[in-house]
Design a protein around this ligand. Structure first.
Ligand SMILES: [Cu+2]
Length: 139
């Protein structure tokens, strides 16, 4: 009985509820020979604490690396800047969109196919792993 109660408490009294949800993820289909692509989606923090995304990856060996990028405008015009950290507050939604935040996929090892599903993983500073599938679509 005591064992059962402590197990029950372990589930109910988890300190904080941490959860990130990814919706409508797509990966851009580009002409054959283009080595890089980018992924777009909506990221929502449905938990009650802020999370800090520190890295992104593809689960299968289809690309060399993945980085979190943001388009920024400065004196030299528009360019992309790598984001080492991305903070998402509790309850906040962040849109990864063309011309804004995106996941940059470098060094595709073979051409993407329209409709193909590619599994990505986001890691947070607190150790949360968020896995999601992006569908390859024509831009
Ligand atoms: Cu980029």
């Amino acid at each position: 009985m005591i064992k059962w109660i402590s197990l029950f408490c372990a589930f109910v009294l988890l300190p904080c509820h941490a959860e990130l949800v990814v919706k409508d993820a797509t990966l851009r289909l580009l002409p054959p020979g283009v080595p890089n692509s980018s992924a777009y989606f909506a990221l929502e923090n449905t938990g009650d604490i802020a999370e800090i995304i520190i890295s992104a990856a593809v689960s299968t060996d289809i690309a060399r690396s993945v980085e979190i990028h943001k388009h920024v405008m400065d004196d030299d015009g528009m360019h992309m800047e790598r984001q080492n950290e991305l903070t998402i507050a509790a309850g906040q939604s962040i849109q990864f969109v063309p011309g804004g935040l995106h996941l940059m996929v470098f060094g595709l090892k073979k051409p993407l196919v329209e409709g193909q599903s590619v599994n990505f993983n986001l890691s947070t500073k607190a150790g949360l792993q968020v896995s999601f599938d992006a569908i390859v679509v024509r831009p």
